[in-house]
Design a protein around this ligand. Structure first.
Ligand code: GLN
Length: 313
């Protein structure tokens, strides 16, 4: 495709960076106390093509906690191991349309019809990872996230401790799921695994590589490792399209056309199938918990590179 050449990608990332760098709206998440201390000026963009070319602009060294973006890859692991029907039956794949930590979303259907990309469904998805105990499950979770990123990811301990000591709401969600038989491992331990996976540290290139692995049918285009099957990718991307930006997912899809996932650490990644993965880190968030700058940058780049999959030339 003519628009996806080196010069054009570099110019577009430069333009996007300059256009949005001074935007000051939004606010760091602070319900996880440690996140309030993250530098709100971190701003980095990375685009990794499906054939492994890496483009970056701005801050590519700062690390933030991956938070909800991790939900995609744990879900992909469950689809890979158990198949898509299993995910649909045990968790559900309809968007809740409600905030990411909604208890109402669980109560409304008595634990049925939750979604793997918001907290209740994500905690339940974590509980489905195979392994006899918490240690074995954690090893698998860390491995799948790391394989997508193409390097060993490690946990941000202060963020983990901060959230683990203050996540009564997620604990309540996990216990409510147990009351409805919709969690598949000890609820306290499942919540702990979930909290750990959310605390994995990533830079913007890690996130873009994770997205690029999905854009490339499950093969990490940088390391060349086959991480998941094409079929798993085919079932992962639609869940991201319908629920990747929480209760703002419809507006996001309307404006970008891309499957994406955000996290309250300030990252967003998006997938342009067959072409590239893109990610932006900028901690200040909008009301739904999505990075403000990241949304704007990705939408701008997608438009300039004519990468909206629904744009038919
Ligand atoms: N760990 C966070 C939580 O459970 C993740 C939320 C998010 O990124 N939206 O609240």
């Amino acid at each position: 495709q003519t628009t996806l050449n080196k010069q054009n990608i570099e110019n577009t990332l430069n333009d996007a960076f300059n256009k949005f760098k001074d935007l000051k709206e939004g606010k760091n998440a602070d319900y996880i106390k440690e996140l309030a201390n993250v530098d709100p000026n971190i701003f980095g963009i990375a685009l990794v093509t499906a054939d492994g070319a890496v483009y970056t602009k701005g801050d590519i060294t700062s690390m933030v906690s991956i938070q909800s973006i991790s939900k995609v890859f744990t879900m992909a692991k469950v689809i890979e191991q158990e198949g898509p029907q299993f995910l649909q039956d045990k968790i559900g794949v309809n968007a809740t349309g409600l905030p990411f930590n909604s208890i109402v979303a669980v109560e409304m259907h008595k634990g049925d019809k939750i979604n793997p990309l918001v907290n209740p469904g994500a905690i339940a998805t974590t509980s489905l990872i195979r392994g006899n105990d918490s240690i074995a499950k954690w090893k698998d979770i860390q491995k799948i996230q790391s394989d997508f990123a193409g390097r060993q990811l490690s946990m941000n301990r202060p963020v983990y401790i901060s959230e683990a000591s203050d996540n009564l709401r997620n604990q309540a969600i996990a216990h409510l799921l147990l009351a409805y038989n919709r969690i598949y491992f000890d609820p306290a331990q499942a919540t702990d695994l979930y909290t750990k996976q959310c605390a994995l540290n990533v830079n913007v290139k890690d996130l873009a590589t994770m997205a690029a692995t999905l854009a490339n049918g499950g093969v990490n285009p940088v390391t060349k490792k086959k991480v998941v099957s094409q079929s798993t990718v085919m079932y992962t991307l639609p869940v991201m399209a319908t629920a990747g930006l929480y209760d703002n997912s419809g507006i996001w899809l309307f404006n970008s056309g891309l499957s994406a996932k955000s996290g309250v650490g300030g990252g967003i990644l998006a997938v342009c199938p067959g072409k590239f993965g893109i990610a932006v880190i900028s901690p200040p968030l909008d009301e739904s918990g999505n990075s403000l700058k990241a949304q704007k940058v990705i939408q701008y780049v997608v438009e300039k590179l004519k990468a909206n999959p629904y744009w038919i030339e």
